[in-house]
Design a protein around this ligand. Structure first.
Ligand code: COA
Ligand code: ZN
Length: 340
């Protein structure tokens, strides 16, 4: 997740002109908060198991990069998500840096008990807003998921903050369009149960920026008491455009995945999340305060292909930041002198 928060006492940044929609740089008047999900959304779909030692070392270095949250792992059934079967060990071994929240995905009561036992800072409950995807991913109808998650919220009883991630909130790869009202209804049900936050997830990259703007407006109108987060996948190349639409609408929190890894194994056609470093680079360049150490983050991102054993989609780790210039070729330098 990436988080953004408006700082009290400072004027709100304007990223659009009132008339033509032109973009302007901003003067760091907002903080943007990122939740890193590579070790959960990213690793859950990798073909090869990432060794526990590697996961722990990666999370420890990410903890030093400025994230507000890290989604460490998932307390799903190890049969459903075998790549994260070492959740207890990872949670037990990471070094917890003050100021970083260590959150975990939880699909049911059994998962919540395991998460509490592991001393997670937040439980990120999950259900889909598409009946078909909920059946595929969680093996139960949405109503059963809601009943199970309501039980979790009752059992936790305020001891640990709860976020709810709503999958397929912008479309389902099997059902197609998911009505915004239906998504807002689910948000409302969970808000009534007193959760701290809700994440609307574009599980297979079906959202487009105009749709995101509409969703953001409705979310902020109806649920400004909630910590609102958006979770985009770049499956159709619209990921950063969607981030921008959300930021312009005032959203301050996002999920992102280092290298652009990610995907739900039970959503046909799923591919990677927005790359955290690409999103942070874009927002930094525009003048947003992301609180991230981008240089350190890029060094970690460059290591991701070694960790997963294949190329990753993230672009800035390959191209360098816009401020990382190349040496002038000698012949161009010489021409410059001749024409001086
Ligand atoms: N942690 C560990 N084990 C769990 C568990 C959990 N959270 N939930 C269920 N189990 C175990 C049960 O104890 C049972 O074990 P057994 O076969 O040894 O008796 C087995 O899993 C089946 O339990 P059941 O309640 O019948 O679950 P299910 O097979 O219907 O699966 C879910 C339901 C929700 C547990 C499973 O689909 C799941 O974990 N999905 C998560 C998917 C996901 O994370 N997707 C990516 C993120 S969007
Ligand atoms: Zn996802």
């Amino acid at each position: 997740m990436i988080r953004i928060v408006r700082r009290a006492g400072l004027p709100q940044a304007s990223t659009t002109s009132s008339g033509g929609g032109a973009l302007h740089e901003v003067n760091s008047v907002r903080a943007i908060f990122f939740n890193e999900v590579a070790t959960r959304d990213g690793f859950q779909i990798e073909p090869a198991f990432v060794p526990t030692d590697t996961k722990v070392a990666l999370i420890d270095v990410l903890s030093e990069c400025g994230y507000a949250k890290i989604e460490v792992t998932s307390f799903a059934s190890p049969k459903a998500i075998p790549m994260l079967r070492d959740a207890e060990e990872v949670m037990g071994r990471i070094r917890r840096v003050p100021g970083v929240e260590y959150t975990v995905l939880v699909p049911n009561l059994r998962g919540a008990e395991r998460a509490l036992e592991a001393r997670a800072d937040e439980l990120n409950l999950v259900m889909s807003t598409s009946e078909t995807h909920n059946l595929a991913n969680l093996r139960m109808p949405m109503a059963h998921s809601f009943a199970a998650l309501s039980e979790v919220i009752k059992m936790v009883d305020g001891r640990t903050p709860i976020n709810v991630s709503l999958s397929c909130g912008f479309g389902c790869p099997m059902e197609g369009k998911v009505a915004q009202e239906k998504v807002l209804d689910w948000v409302s049900h969970f808000a009534d149960l007193g959760v701290r936050g809700v994440t609307v997830c574009d599980t297979t990259g079906m959202a487009h920026p105009a749709q995101v703007s509409r969703m953001v407006e409705a979310l902020q109108q109806g649920f400004d008491q909630l910590q609102l987060t958006l979770h985009f996948h770049n499956t159709r190349g619209m990921g950063l455009a969607n981030v921008l639409a959300a930021v312009q609408g005032g959203i301050t929190r996002f999920d992102g995945s280092l290298g652009g890894l990610g995907g739900c194994p039970y959503a046909p056609g799923a591919s990677g999340n927005i790359s955290s470093e690409d999103a942070i680079h874009m927002l930094d360049a525009m003048g947003y305060d992301t609180g991230m150490d981008l240089q350190k983050l890029l060094a970690v991102a460059r290591h991701m292909p070694h960790i997963v054993g294949h190329e990753v989609p993230g672009q800035v780790a390959k191209a360098g930041r816009i401020t990382d210039l190349h040496a002038v070729p000698a012949e161009v330098d010489e021409m410059g002198r001749q024409f001086a």
